[in-house]
Design a binder for this molecule. Structure first.
Ligand code: NDP
Ligand code: 2IT
Length: 452
């Protein structure tokens, strides 16, 4: 690697704390990918685009106090990282999970800038959330937390300023409570959040969008790369949340066989194909552990997380044609990548954000596994969020079929553009570099045109 690029990476990493590890991981990948673009056109260095892009416009951090059902006062931390609005209003999800800190939200916000750019839609990049854990809380506790969170957040968001949505731990229930509080505080009824329930301004297909979009992207990638389509093929999926459930649903609709899912405690392997109705009941209605699955399907296997050697995950040891990591960051390691490769896996598509470690990605690329990086493959969620913003602004409602068709076209366009960009920059078949270069270039050109 060019010394200049290595120096850049070191410079950005200087003197920072462990919390930022995932942020540097995301940033390093981009810096290495865009090196050929920066070398071929001096204007990006002249306008210090990289130095400006890796620093968020602002980080809002606030205290969230709320009362639990036992009348105890609880204190959490809330954040919104408004990263870059060169292409449109800040846009990106909120994550509620005990692991949330500034570093994780910076990584997610940074990825979101380039992802949103790839959609071709007018949206900038942001991320937010809290270390609040909705798991095990009553609806009323979640409501009280959301109200308190919005009491502070409402000052910084708006339909033309910053439009949050869901992510891990934030679904339609949380978005509903957040919207209700925003409406109460501001006395306005506007599209300030996406992922709203349909009855008060949500878009049809937003719940399905990320999972379906990942499959649409993969179908196009396999076509471009001259590989066999997914129909009839064994596929492995991780996660059992919004993204995973809808990836499994679309795989089933197109005749593929999704044989796995995971949650934070274990893996289900059901070789005849997972029972999606049961999975939805367990995860969406009862919010139960996957362990319950084998009570209804004793022929399936449940593998608790601790029963697998450290650094490896049972789900990636299942032979498959295509793999879909849809749970969380760094859930697919180099050991997992080796297992997938040895077992003949042809394609890996990231439904989650940055689920594969850098070494795993290098292994896939060097073994010519078709690899669809998150910022391209999971952009369907935010794309349909932007469709929700458009519908809200026009006081319109689009049909399910209309949104689905637009989503499919958007994912196919992203895929084609990423593949062509990779070819143009001499790295044909490398969708990581293609996505980073195409996403970066659009934002960088807008930043130059808008002045410093
Ligand atoms: P959900 O909260 O709906 O689901 C997350 C799922 O991942 C849960 O089943 C959870 O298990 C599981 N999980 C969490 N941590 C781990 C872990 N360490 N190991 C194994 N499983 C784990 O979130 P989403 O489905 O919305 O998000 C999943 C991923 O997709 C995230 O990376 C998110 O950033 C990304 N994404 C989401 C989009 C969206 O529209 N929602 C859009 C684009 C990307 P458990 O049930 O035990 O908590
Ligand atoms: O990571 C993501 O793209 C999301 N969580 C969705 C963001 C959005 O604004 O819909």
């Amino acid at each position: 690697m060019n010394q200049n690029t290595t120096d850049k990476v070191k410079r950005f990493e200087k003197g920072d704390c462990a919390e930022n590890k995932v942020f540097y991981q995301a940033m390093e990948e981009v810096i290495y990918s865009i090196a050929p673009l920066l070398e071929s056109d001096p204007k990006y260095a002249r306008y210090a685009i990289l130095d400006r892009l890796v620093v968020p416009d602002r980080i809002i951090k606030f205290k969230v106090t709320w009362m639990d059902d036992s009348q105890n006062i609880q204190v959490n931390t809330g954040y919104r990282v408004q990263f870059n609005n060169a292409l449109g209003p800040y846009k990106g999800g909120l994550r509620f999970h005990p692991s949330v800190n500034e570093g994780i939200l910076k990584f997610l916000g940074f990825e979101q800038i380039l992802k949103n750019s790839l959609t071709g839609l007018p949206i900038g990049g942001a991320k937010g959330g809290s270390d609040f854990d909705p798991k095990g809380k009553s609806d009323f506790e979640v409501m009280k937390f959301c109200s308190s969170f919005m009491t502070e957040l409402h000052k910084y968001i708006g339909p033309r300023m910053d439009v949050p949505a869901g992510d891990i731990g934030v679904g339609a229930r949380e978005i509903g409570y957040l919207f209700g509080e925003y409406k109460k505080i501001t006395s306005t009824y506007e599209g300030v959040l996406t992922g709203k329930p349909f009855v008060f301004g949500g878009s049809l297909m937003r719940p399905e969008a990320t999972g379906y979009g990942t499959i649409y992207f993969t179908e196009k990638m396999l076509e471009i790369e001259g590989k066999e389509p997914l129909e009839g093929k064994i596929c492995t999926v991780s996660g059992a949340g919004n993204v995973a459930l809808h990836a499994i649903e679309k795989l089933q609709q197109i005749g593929a066989i999704a044989v796995s899912c995971t949650d934070s405690k274990g893996t289900i392997y059901d070789s005849r194909g997972v029972d999606l109705c049961l999975l939805k009941e367990l995860k969406l209605e009862r919010r139960a552990s996957l362990e319950e699955y084998v009570k209804s399907h004793p022929e399936a296997q449940y593998i608790p997380i601790e029963e697998y050697p450290e650094g490896a995950h049972a789900v990636w040891d299942i032979p498959c044609y295509a793999a879909f990591p849809c749970a969380t960051q760094n859930e697919l390691t180099d050991i997992d990548a080796q297992n997938l490769i040895v077992n003949g896996c042809v394609s890996v598509s990231e439904g989650a954000n940055m689920p594969s470690t850098p070494k795993a990605i290098n292994d896939f690329l060097s073994h010519k596994v078709c690899f669809a990086p998150a910022k391209a493959a999971n952009a369907g969620g935010v794309a349909v969020s932007e469709f929700e913003m458009s519908q809200n602004a026009a006081m319109a409602k689009w049909s399910f079929e209309e949104v689905d068709e637009k989503l499919k076209i958007t994912m196919q366009q992203i895929c084609t553009r990423v593949a062509l960009t990779a070819k143009d920059y001499g790295v044909e078949g490398n969708y990581v570099d293609g996505a980073n270069i195409a996403g970066f270039k659009k934002v960088a050109d807008a930043m130059i045109a808008e002045g410093i």
